[in-house]
Design a protein around this ligand. Structure first.
Ligand code: ZN
Ligand code: MN
Length: 501
């Protein structure tokens, strides 16, 4: 391709603080009636004054630290002026030239993606346009929710990297436990600035894309209102193709904001872009500048949660999980916490039996990893009950793994027990007893049943003895049926072969 793709991202994420950014209103409007979590401050009544939320400032510093940013000693808020019905003040309190965090990076596939800035602002309300009506409705519950905006340098060169960056950032926000960052719910919103330039005709230096020689840069398009990673990928891909085609066809591209129409699979023009001068930024006179001392930053840093990359590494070293297992189990905070609790339970079980954890750890971790990934992770991925509402406690999951590990149940019985646990919860040992699933490995009892099966299936036995060894599977099935699936397969097959001789 004779073209280079230049992508920069802007990502907004709502913080899940208890109260809003500048007032004491409840910041959780989930399931609440419109305009019920509001007050004169977030409705911008005359004479009210904003007071910044300390938690939101600390969490923005935390994000900055997690993204390897510098934290500014002196920061401030600014007014970004524009008129829109969902913005009660007629301006948004944001940050312009002195954002809290700046100059950071986040790695995607071991390559650092440079971050220009991370700043704190407030969210707007929501407009609702009822179908078939001539009026619109406005809900100010969201107005004043703390909103963190991250801006990257224009250093992303392909769609896959853009998507992974947004996904990694979402994961970090969740691991820090400061945002839900659910794109479908609008708690995280991604915008992509995209342009396409001829190879060798442009350069990137000091945060700027500039032309080489007499080349005229193609304008960039800002993609907005993308509410899932899947749409983000589709929209960016479409936009790259559209711009390249326009250049080839000699059409004029313009700087504009475009949205994504998922039904048609196309981007469409929404408006031509304002420049920052249109916003008439000026310092917010109602809030004094923020002094962020090194001591404060150090305190915040000391309490920072473990980040995904570090957790994956620790899962490999501490629990001896393989690469794939560690990546899956440590990639989600709730799943990682659950996994650690299961491992702790297994460890105390091993210690209680008088055995050494070091001796059993590798095998048990392998078994635990398999069950957690094949059953629990699969269940979550299929949209099953989330971990917070799961009926299986880590204690019971660990006990279940022990039952299997000790050969007390065979694999088909294990599946039955686990299915019951997913449905109703409960102690796996009790369920095993209740359903009569305890593995049958009593030699004498098994021999008696096998002898009956041999007697009843003389034709197949003769075939087996004549060398048609695949008949064995049939006979195994008969014994399993006779024991209602409870026979210990290892012991039973051994006995069966001996008796057939
Ligand atoms: Zn309020
Ligand atoms: Mn913003």
């Amino acid at each position: 391709m004779p073209y280079d793709v230049i992508i920069g991202l802007e990502i907004h994420a709502e913080l899940k603080t208890k109260s809003k950014m500048f007032c004491s209103c409840n910041n959780d409007a989930q399931g609440k009636a419109p305009n019920t979590t509001v007050c004169p401050i977030c409705l911008a009544h005359p004479g009210t004054l904003p007071v910044p939320n300390k938690q939101a400032i600390e969490w923005t510093i935390l994000i900055g630290l997690a993204l390897n940013c510098k934290i500014r000693e002196l920061s401030k808020f600014d007014r970004k002026n524009y008129f829109y019905p969902d913005l009660p003040k007629g301006y948004q309190i944001s940050q312009y030239d002195l954002p809290i965090a700046y100059d950071g990076f986040l790695e995607v596939d071991d390559k650092p993606i440079l971050i220009t800035r991370v700043h704190l602002e407030e969210d707007t309300g929501k407009l609702i346009h009822p179908a078939g009506k001539k009026h619109s409705l406005v809900d100010y519950n969201r107005a004043g929710t703390p909103l963190v905006e991250l801006v990257t340098e224009p250093v992303i060169r392909d769609t896959a990297t853009a998507k992974k960056f947004a996904q990694n950032y979402q994961q970090i926000l969740r691991f820090l436990n400061i945002a839900n960052a659910d794109m479908e719910k609008g708690e995280m919103r991604c915008e992509a600035n995209i342009s396409v330039q001829e190879k060798g005709k442009w350069k990137y230096a000091n945060g700027q894309i500039s032309p080489v020689g007499k080349y005229k840069l193609n304008p960039k398009v800002e993609l907005k209102n993308i509410n899932s990673f899947k749409y983000m990928e589709k929209a960016i891909d479409y936009e790259i193709k559209r711009q390249i085609k326009a250049i080839k066809d000699g059409e004029k591209l313009i700087q504009e904001t475009r949205g994504w129409n998922n039904d048609k699979g196309v981007t469409f023009s929404q408006r031509t872009k304002e420049t920052s001068a249109d916003y008439r930024y000026f310092p917010e006179p109602d809030i004094p500048p923020l002094k962020i001392t090194q001591k404060w930053v150090d305190e915040i840093k000391a309490h920072m949660n473990e980040l995904p990359e570090k957790k994956i590494k620790r899962f490999k070293e501490e629990y001896l999980f393989g690469d794939r297992e560690a990546e899956i189990l440590a990639s989600d905070l709730a799943l990682a916490d659950y996994t650690e609790k299961v491992i702790m339970e297994l460890r105390s079980w091993v210690t209680a039996t008088g055995d050494s954890w070091e001796r059993q750890q590798r095998k048990l971790a392998k078994a635990a990893g398999n069950w957690l990934i094949n059953e629990l992770f699969k269940h979550l991925k299929a949209g099953g009950r989330p971990i917070s509402k799961l009926k299986i406690t880590p204690e019971n999951f660990a006990e279940f793994i022990c039952l299997v590990y000790q050969d007390k149940v065979n694999s088909s019985a294990a599946q039955t027990i686990l299915a019951q646990m997913f449905k109703k919860g409960g102690d796996p040992t009790d369920i095993m007893a209740e359903l009569g699933l305890e593995q049958l490995d009593d030699q004498a009892a098994l021999e008696k049943i096998i002898a009956e099966v041999i007697l009843k299936n003389q034709k197949q036995v003769a075939e087996y003895r004549a060398g048609k060894t695949n008949v064995l599977q049939f006979l195994v099935g008969q014994v399993m049926a006779a024991t209602r699936g409870k026979a210990n397969p290892k012991v039973m097959i051994e006995l069966l072969k001996n008796l057939l001789k």
